[in-house]
Design a protein around this ligand. Sequence first.
Ligand code: WT7
Length: 655
Amino acid sequence: MAAIKSILTETRVFPPAEAFVKQANVSGMAAYEALCRQAETDYEGFWADRARQHITWKTPFTHVLDDSNAPFYKWFDDGELNVSWNCLDRHLAARGDRVALIFEADDGSVTKVTYTELHARVCQFANGLKSIGVEKGDRVIIYMPMSIEAVVAMQACARIGAIHSVVFGGFSAKSLFERITDAQAKVVVTADESLRGGKAVPLKRAVDESLTMGDTSSVERVIVYRRSGGAVNWGARDLWWHELTQTQAETCEPVWVSAEHPLFILYTSGSTGKPKGVQHSSGGFLLGAALSMHWVFDAKPDSDVFWCTADVGWVTGHTYVAYGPLALGMTEVIFEGIPTFPHAGRFWEVIAKHGVTTFYTAPTAIRSLIKLGADLPAQHDLSSLRLLGSVGEPINPEAWMWYQQTVGGGRCPVVDTWWQTETGAHMIAPLPGAVPTKPGSCTLPLPGIMADVTDEHGGPVAKGHGGYLVIKRPFPFQLRTLWGDPERFKKTYFPQELGGATYLAGDSAHRDEDGYFWIMGRVDDVLNVSGHRLGTMEIESALVSNLRVAEAAVVGRPHDIKGEAVVAYVVLKGTRPVGAEAKQVAAELREWVAREIGPIARPDEIRFGDNLPKTRSGKIMRRLLRAIAKGEEIAQDVSTLENPAILDQLKEAVK
Ligand code: WT7
């Protein structure tokens, strides 16, 4: 990969303000470096210390890392704990009256729940799950709107050792069906409808549809939370949430599990069509969640009001909504709506309304809010803020500057956090009271995270040169396997080319002269659209499953707000459509993809050709398609192309 000139010209550096350093959980660079040194000299001792500090164990562990069956690593595996007990019960005595969740509904109404109340609701729902036969190790699909109940359902599963798999409420019935069957779920938890931006989305109807798509006989019950009161069809396996829980006891003895017991499966896109069921552990995951809250968000449980805007359908909503803040006994905001409803100042209004101190969102949201009103933050009192975070994709230096200056008033550190569904928690991010920040860089790894940039054989690359982002040693919060597919787990993340024990993140990156990491993007056929991972193959498979379509190739194109836009090249079975017909078929196919996968995957643009550009050996030339999508002159030698004339057709987008 080539040297990266443009990014290296970024010279702005922001050391943490003295006032922030003074009160920080990790103060000053020397403290950060001391932690890094401890990890280097005594790796297992370092992690054991952290695991004792941040987790309350029922049975203390004596094993730390077990790498005898690498890369199927185990951590703390003879230790026993319960994640829900750590998130709820352990706070009750000292801080039971503290507000755990502030629910800000789409319409602006607010519901607050204390730790004591949340504990009771989780226990009731856990007892409800038990009453319908859910046991330790059973899989429960959660297909819910952002709500207190979504968190209750997740925590209740953790309480009884059931493995949840949350499916984002924006995914289609088809996507839901695939996840239900892959996980062989026993129960599905859903709502009648979700409400976002004033619009109702019929979740229960999607569940009904998914259960008719094939063999879903593993599903015994569907639990329905009444959110909107919208009409639903009712079947023999359906159960209302309120009817299931109303007679249940408000206490429920947790099921103590090994640290290695799976806490959840979360499906994410890979470079093939089939989503990957990323499986996380109980102990290691909880440690990552709690530790990164403490280190990266500099959490102050007695005074902070934390707000992560991510949906619980994504990993960010697992680690930094459902688990991390609760593990520390914090108060957090849960937001049902969207950033632009009923007006483009909604985020700023919510921050002022609840006195949010720590705000965590995605670059795509920041960019769209700049566009909708760069001066809107100034109309709200944002003086409660003390720390800002970014996640999901590289943040452009100018968006970073706006975030820091206009939202943070220049006084709040900005933590750009690099991590993945697979890593469970932050990996590369500044500890805000220690590490100076640079706009556009996620800075330095957390202590104990041995991140590096290498060439394709695991060899070193020169400073400023791009390479593969890797993690050289196992860490407690990494995924344990892919559900039902250990071979794919090994091949994808611990490839033989790198020796079989180095974690390959799938991102390209480079390091600057200070050792700072700059993430350049994915190396595989995965797109990042509005901070969401989408496999190009997934979208292609969806297109090809349409009867009209013979062949399809999907690529990304840089997009101002979404980061990447989805461009689909399509060959129909009949003749290539033109004019009004092309327009109509393109609209139809866009809706088709939205139905097959979910609206986030809807192609921004469809281009029709008589064929796709292929090499003589029949490979689609994706690099060429990416260049065409960007409108670039084709400098590449096309002499190996079977059918060069096709390129002119594909330059034309359907308007
Ligand atoms: C991919 C992981 C981690 C939670 C949200 C996404 C990209 C994530 C950053 C960042 C540059 C980032 C990477 C990564 N990414 N955070 N701060 N800077 N890129 O989780 O869906 O598993 O996606 O998102 O490409 O591999 P995910």
